[in-house]
Ligand binder design. Structure first.
Ligand code: ZN
Length: 134
């Protein structure tokens, strides 16, 4: 079964730490060892794993992504949100994290971030937890 939780974004581009929400899903699943797959069903957002200790890291990631993929360019997509589609493809729509002793096996400085590139919007995150067995 797939679990979902909502993410409400408040600006055009932002990274939101969703580690706690993903960990809650893992906790409810009640398994000790396994795999957690985080997937987002969107074409103008992404999911990434990076540092959640210093908030300037995600600000720098956004600043550089916005330079690499400018908001204004002769894009062909008529909806006008091509930069968001391109950033979404660069970062990807899923991440996999191991579960150990009932917890996400993330590094000390790692967090899971929902990446909004075409907000503000109401978004969804899908989480699938698979038992590793013993
Ligand atoms: Zn579009």
């Amino acid at each position: 079964m797939i679990q979902t939780f909502p993410v409400k974004t408040s600006t055009q581009t932002e990274l939101i730490d969703v580690t706690h929400s993903v960990q809650e899903v893992v906790k409810k699943a009640g398994l000790e060892d396994g795999i957690c797959i985080i997937f987002i069903p969107h074409t103008t957002a992404a999911i990434t794993v990076n540092e959640n200790a210093d908030p300037s890291v995600v600000q720098d990631i956004l600043m550089e992504l916005n330079k690499m993929v400018p908001f204004k360019d002769p894009y062909r997509h008529l909806e006008g949100n091509s930069p968001a589609h391109i950033k979404a493809s660069l970062l990807g729509c899923s991440q996999t994290v191991f579960i150990e002793s009932g917890k996400l096996a993330l590094g000390t400085w790692q967090g899971i971030f929902f990446c909004e590139f075409d907000g503000p919007r109401n978004r969804k995150v899908y989480v699938k937890v698979i038992s590793g067995g013993r």
